[in-house]
Write a protein that binds this ligand. Structure first.
Ligand code: AMP
Length: 465
């Protein structure tokens, strides 16, 4: 997961930084802006959120923006690494940023790329050089060689272009006004820029935007079924975003309703409160509370100024950070039956910590409900769950997980509940059922099953040819 942004039409750089901030939740490792001047591209990159980007009140006709979530290459550890690790990238006359993950990178090049976006940019430049600078032909060639998920925004020859892989894993939307065309991972960016959302870029479609709202669409590669990432709805996207015509907030609300059904069937003692784990699960907790006729209370508050615990490498450091992540309203906990709702359990660190904290504060019972079914397979398409060994649901069954987190009951969403709540049929469920929709990912899966699962290496970064 990363955030991408493209702007065509005279726009201020400091204002484009504000737009990029709306995608900060999609990647907090590093951020970048690249813009066209009369003679060249210029860029500004920073570690962490876009707020660190140093841009002036200058204007540009064409701007790209990127927030990075590393699912290929290391995390950025110093300013010196920014140029190799963080998009947008430039190669010759083309500049590119991308959201997704190229699964066959290690089998395509000997070069040690720290970011697959740089690879895409170099390949695109290569294919442009071989095809008389014809962008659609370059994309036909690019898509025939790379496997994985890639929603791309770029600049070429004074135009802005947008491309989405043929399965449409990652979101990409656009809109046009009299002055501006904006392409972004999430529609909230368009709202903020007062540009009306026109539609999603179709899977397999290349759109080249020119001045005066001109736009040319090319069908580059098609698949029978699309595979939109369901986890965008469950976790990644802003609840105010609209993806494939579904408001993410509404999907999360429906996930909560479906969970209420499952909870009722278990005939457990009635909870006193439904409690969201901030922030993603709030709409689901609201729906769950409404369905059960139980009040929702924000008993768990997030310590906003702590960095992200999920990306911390060592289990000890992760546990220590998880401890500082939440603050509790003790008065609403003592002697109560609590139904806690979170969007997912990956390693189980967060759930275990929360249950322990609530019990320590005197909760009578803690039920733990999860809006997503068990994630038992690694994702190769851009979620940072890249080895099965880090997924508790790939190692343990429901009862063992419940026991591990210390809850009195554990209620997971089921597949039907999830699929119905998203409101779309053609979604990628590979991290839940292991059915990877692309060829190279299937190969990785088969090869990994035959090998030792070495800790600390992403499955798709092993050499599998
Ligand atoms: P864990 O503590 O390892 O079980 O991770 C679960 C917690 O991390 C949940 O509270 C989620 O909101 C959050 N989470 C789940 N998936 C991701 C992801 N791919 N990247 C960052 N955070 C995540």
């Amino acid at each position: 997961m990363c955030g991408v942004l493209g702007i065509l039409g005279r726009y201020r750089l400091d204002a484009s930084k504000e737009l990029l901030l709306l995608l900060a939740h999609r990647g907090q490792d590093a951020s970048g802006l690249l813009w066209a001047t009369e003679s060249a591209f210029q860029e500004s990159k920073t570690m962490g959120s876009p707020s660190g980007l140093s841009v002036q009140r200058e204007w540009s006709e064409c701007i790209l923006g990127s927030t990075r979530y590393p699912t290929s290459g290391r995390r950025v550890s110093s300013e010196d690494e920014l140029c190799d690790f963080v998009g947008p990238f430039q190669s010759g006359a083309v500049a590119v940023t991308h959201n997704g993950n190229i699964t066959n990178l290690s089998s395509m090049t000997e070069k040690d790329y720290q970011c697959d976006t740089k690879f895409i940019c170099d390949r695109l430049q290569h294919h442009l050089a071989e095809s008389d600078d014809h962008l659609p032909t370059a994309f036909v060639r690019l898509t025939s060689e790379v496997d994985g998920a890639y929603s791309i925004v770029g600049i070429h020859d004074g135009s802005l272009f947008a491309f989405r892989d043929s399965r449409g894993f990652k979101p990409l939307v656009f809109g046009r006004s009299a002055e501006h065309t904006i392409v972004a991972s999430e529609s909230t960016v368009l709202d903020m820029a007062h540009v009306k959302l026109e539609r999603d870029v179709y899977p397999g479609e290349l759109i080249v935007f020119g001045p005066n709202q001109a736009m040319q669409c090319y069908s580059i590669s098609q698949q029978d079924g699309h595979k939109h990432c369901f986890f965008e709805y469950v976790y990644f996207a802003n609840p105010a975003a609209r993806i494939e015509n579904q408001l993410v907030y509404d999907v999360r609300f429906r996930l909560g309703r479906a969970l209420a059904n499952r909870f009722t069937r278990l005939q457990l003692e009635e909870p006193d409160y439904v409690i969201p784990v901030p922030d993603t699960s709030r709409p689901a907790a609201q729906a769950l509370a409404e369905e059960l006729g139980v009040p929702m209370r924000e008993v768990i508050l997030k310590n906003r100024y702590l960095g992200r615990t999920f990306i911390v490498q060592s289990p000890e450091a992760r546990n220590a950070m998880a401890h500082y992540k939440y603050i509790y309203l003790d008065d609403k906990i003592r002697g109560k039956n609590l139904l806690v709702v979170d969007d997912s359990i990956v390693r189980g660190t967060t759930a275990k910590m929360i249950v322990k904290d609530l019990k320590k504060r005197g909760a009578a019972k803690v039920y733990f409900a999860v809006t997503c079914p068990p994630q038992s397979h690694p994702c190769y398409y851009g979620i940072d769950i890249s080895t099965s060994s880090e997924l508790i649901a790939s190692q343990a069954g429901l009862e063992q997980i419940r026991d591990f987190i210390g809850a009195d009951a554990l209620i997971y969403q089921d597949m039907d509940g999830l699929v119905n709540a998203t409101g779309i049929r053609d979604i990628c469920l590979a991290c839940l059922d292991g059915n990877y929709p692309t060829e190279h990912a299937k190969k990785i899966q088969a090869a990994i099953q035959l090998r030792d699962k070495k800790q600390g290496i992403r499955d798709y970064e092993r050499e599998i040819r």
